[in-house]
Ligand binder design. Structure first.
Ligand code: NZQ
Ligand code: ZN
Length: 391
């Protein structure tokens, strides 16, 4: 295991009606004027936004609002949010929605007190300071409610990049599983896929002797395999939603990623798909993961065989471990298809003729060195072959 530091100071309030604490929690974490940031309207239709405002009113905390965050959140709205916060002397950003809304909120929070262009943070500059952020989560997926990360799409070229910094870890996150019951089945499945990807990206490591985090990841993956189909079949299943929601947080606050190298090539390869075609991140990952894993499997066949046996219940073939490894990847592929995820470029809305463009932005965009690194370093040729496997 490698040396590590781990700092995860988010306060969580989990359970039914937890959103009623929003006003008190904003005050407790120092907010005196709030930006309520939200997406395309699901929180308006569900009545959640009204309940959040009532809670802020009860606590005597004034607020301004900015809705309209799109899935794969755009830089344009971030600039608008920064201006609004400066004009209105906002000192706390409250995200009400999914990962896109939370990421846009984090970008605004960092940008408000920064003299330069907020995009600097998405070009590699570490976020040292930001306004405090709180979240009220409505979809279990991205894990942004407990992560130090934010992913934004730059409209000037339509490419997607991430920023990071402990300053944007939410001060508090309200997780009420009942709020996720209004999700369409497709979005629920996208969330399940993203959570599983966050676990796989950590499982694919070059660090030896990481049994504790291996076992934590396996437990969370087994939870997703158990609860995923139950919630697709019965969207109102509170306890299945609850288990998925906490697994989503655990999968990405890095408690199971410490002390080990991680992959993230599937995410990088997917991000170009959701940036170009505006597909859901989870749907893109469902197509990307089996292709990447098939391509890199021989780098460490035993690691893929281990997850196949421990998580997917495959029989270990000691004479041919690559057969076991492959069976595990196929089990993942079939599981994702069974919960309604796309299986190839066509179902995702992606086009084979765009592969050279995707590869170029992926490997060379925004100062990248002609390759991406992770479990395996992948150059332009490798990435082209991986996209080709998805066709
Ligand atoms: O915009 P509204 O109207 O709210 O609708 C949303 C949106 O259309 C809808 N939705 C959310 N909660 C709902 C609901 N509809 C009905 N009932 C509810 N309770 O679902 C759609 C998707 O929402 P979005 O916020 O985009 O989903 P998600 O949480 O999957 O976030 C995806 C974004 O997170 C980024 C992705 O790249 C993508 O841009 N990621 C962020 C990470 C991070 N910050 O740590 C890590 C992830 O790997 C990921 O890259
Ligand atoms: Zn993700």
């Amino acid at each position: 295991m490698n040396n590590f530091t781990f700092y995860s100071p988010t306060f969580f309030s989990f359970g039914k009606d937890a959103e009623q604490q929003a006003g008190d929690l904003v005050k407790r974490f120092g907010g005196s004027k709030v930006l309520i940031h939200y997406g395309g309207g699901s929180v308006v239709r569900s009545g959640l936004l009204g309940r959040v405002k009532a809670s802020l009113d009860d606590a005597g905390v004034p607020y301004v609002e900015l809705g309209g965050v799109k899935p794969n959140p755009r830089s344009g709205l971030v600039y608008e949010g920064i201006e609004l916060c400066r004009r209105e002397d906002v000192d706390f950003v409250l995200a009400v929605g999914g990962g896109s809304t939370i990421d846009s909120s984090k970008a605004i929070a960092a940008g408000v007190i920064y003299d330069g262009d907020f995009w600097d943070f998405y070009s590699g500059k570490y976020i040292e300071k930001a306004l405090p952020v709180g979240t009220i989560l409505t979809i279990a997926a991205a894990g942004s409610e407990g992560s130090p990360d934010s992913v934004i799409t730059n409209e000037n070229g339509m490419f997607k990049r991430g920023a990071t910094g402990d300053a944007i870890r939410p001060k508090f996150s309200i997780l009420n599983p009942a709020l996720t019951q209004t999700l369409p089945a497709y979005q629920t499945a996208c969330g399940i896929t993203d959570i599983m990807a966050h676990l796989y990206e950590r499982y694919l490591t070059n660090t030896a002797e990481v049994e504790v985090t291996d076992r934590m990841i396996e437990a969370l993956l087994l939870t997703m395999i158990h609860e995923g189909p139950r919630v697709i079949e019965n969207p109102d299943h509170y306890d299945a939603r609850a288990n998925i929601m906490w697994a989503g947080m655990m999968a990405h606050n890095n408690s199971c990623g410490v002390g080990r190298s991680q992959d993230w090539n599937s995410h990088n390869i997917e991000h170009e798909l959701s940036a170009l075609y505006d597909c859901a991140h989870g749907a893109g990952l469902a197509v990307t993961m089996p292709a990447v894993f098939t391509y890199v499997m021989n780098h460490d066949v035993m690691r893929f065989a281990q997850i196949a046996v421990r998580v997917w219940g495959c029989q270990m073939d000691f004479a041919h471990p690559e057969a076991t490894a492959k069976a595990g990847i196929e089990a993942l592929r079939h599981f994702l298809i069974s919960i309604g995820m796309p299986k190839n470029f066509a179902e995702l809305g992606a086009k084979e003729e765009d592969i050279p463009k995707l590869v170029d932005v992926l490997c060379n965009g925004d100062g990248r060195p002609g390759s991406i690194s992770g479990f395996v370093t992948l150059n332009e040729q490798d990435c082209a072959k991986i996209y080709q496997l998805m066709v």
